[in-house]
Design a protein around this ligand. Structure first.
Ligand code: CP
Ligand code: NVA
Length: 309
C-alpha cells in the first residue's frame, strides 16, 4: 500500500511507471465508453471514498470514472455531513471507520496538516486531491499530457509557468526536479515561491529559473502553463494581487515569445489570467488536459494498491 500526497516524496521511477501505465491503459480502451470497465477489472470490489472540503468539478468526476473503469466504485462524502467537521469526532476515529468501510481515501482539503493526520491513522491509501501546498495528481497528469502531445520525454522540453506561486506551481517544481525538465517561472517579485520552496529547489539539482518579466519566462517555451491568480485558499489582498499580475496576462503577444508550435495548458477553472484568444486557440490543449486526469489517476490508484504493472 502506498500514499500519494506530494510528488517530492515519490521516487522518480514510480512516477514514470504511473505515466507509462496510464498511456498503455488509455490506448487499450479507445473504443470503450466512459463507464465500461478495463479488461481485467484490477480494482474489482474496491471502494474509493472521496471528500472535498473545497469546490471541485474535474477532480471529482475524474476520480469517479477512474475507479469505475478499474472495476471499483466511488462514494463522495460531504464534509458538512460528517461529525468530523463540527469537531464531534476526531480524525483518528474517522480514519478508522474510513479504513474499515473503504479501500482508499481521496481528500481535497484546506489543510496540509490534515492530510498528514489522516495518513497517520488510516490503514488504506490516502490521495491528495489538492491541498494549499500541492496539486500532485493534476501535475502528474499534466506531464502525461505534455508527453502525449509533444511525443517527447518532458526532459527534452522547455516548460514555462506564468502565474502565481501556488499549489499547482509547487507540484510543477517538484515534477521538474523528478523528471529533470527545464522550468521557467514568470511571476511578479512579491509573489515568487516562498523560502521553503526555494530551499527545496536549491537542495536538488535543478533546471529552474525565476523571472519577474513574463516575456523572458516565455521565451523558447514548448509549453506555457498558467492558473488562476487567486486560488481557493488565497487570503491575501486580492485587488493588490490582481494589479501586480496585470502584465502577466497570457495573450497572443506573450505567446509569440514561445516556440511556434508551443501549447498552452491550464488546470482550470480559469480567471482573467489568460486571454480568450489564447484559451480558445489551436495551441490550447486544456480539454485534453482535463480528460487525461482520468487515465493518470487510474494508474495512481493502481500504484496505491500496489497493482501497477
Ligand atoms: N483542475 C482541478 O483540479 O479542477 P477542479 O477544482 O474542478 O477539481
Ligand atoms: N490553484 C488553484 C487550483 C484549482 C484546481 C486553487 O487552489 O484554487
Amino acid at each position: 500500500m502506498k500514499h500519494f500526497i506530494n510528488l517530492k516524496d515519490i521516487p522518480s521511477k514510480d512516477l514514470r511507471k504511473i505515466i507509462t501505465d496510464a498511456q498503455k491503459r488509455k490506448n487499450a480502451r479507445k473504443k470503450l465508453n466512459n463507464l465500461e470497465v478495463d479488461k481485467e477489472a484490477p480494482l474489482k470490489g474496491k471502494l474509493l471514498i472521496q471528500m472535498f472540503e473545497k469546490s471541485s468539478l474535474r477532480t471529482r468526476l475524474s476520480f469517479y470514472l477512474a475507479i469505475k473503469q478499474l472495476g471499483g466504485s466511488a462514494l463522495t462524502l460531504r464534509p458538512d455531513e460528517l461529525h468530523l467537521s463540527k469537531g464531534g469526532e476526531s480524525i483518528e476515529d474517522t480514519a478508522k471507520i474510513l479504513s474499515n468501510f473503504g479501500n482508499a481515501f481521496m481528500l481535497r482539503t484546506d489543510s496540509d496538516k490534515k492530510l498528514e493526520e489522516f495518513k497517520k491513522y488510516l490503514s488504506i491509501p490516502i490521495i491528495n486531491g489538492l491541498s494549499p501546498s500541492s496539486h500532485a495528481t493534476q501535475i502528474l497528469s499534466d506531464v502525461f499530457t505534455v508527453e502525449e502531445i509533444k511525443k517527447k520525454p518532458i526532459s527534452k522540453l522547455n516548460i514555462t509557468w506564468i502565474g502565481d506561486s501556488n499549489n499547482v506551481l509547487n507540484s510543477l517544481i517538484a515534477a521538474s526536479i523528478k523528471f529533470s525538465f527545464k522550468l521557467n517561472i514568470g511571476c511578479p517579485k512579491n509573489y515568487q515561491p516562498n523560502k521553503k520552496i526555494i530551499r527545496y529547489i536549491k537542495r536538488n539539482r535543478n533546471k529552474i529559473f525565476i523571472y519577474d518579466d513574463p516575456k523572458k519566462a516565455a521565451t523558447g517555451a514548448d509549453v506555457v502553463f498558467s492558473d488562476k491568480v487567486i486560488s481557493m485558499n488565497d487570503k491575501g489582498n486580492k485587488i493588490k494581487k490582481l494589479k501586480s499580475f496585470k502584465k502577466f496576462k497570457i495573450d497572443r503577444k506573450l505567446m509569440s515569445f514561445a516556440k511556434k508550435d508551443s501549447i498552452f495548458l491550464h488546470c482550470l477553472p480559469r480567471g482573467n489570467e489568460v486571454d480568450e484568444k489564447v484559451f480558445s486557440s489551436k495551441q490550447s490543449k486544456v480539454w485534453q488536459q482535463a480528460l487525461n486526469r482520468i487515465h493518470v489517476q487510474k494508474s495512481i490508484l493502481l500504484y496505491c494498491f500496489g497493482k501497477l504493472r
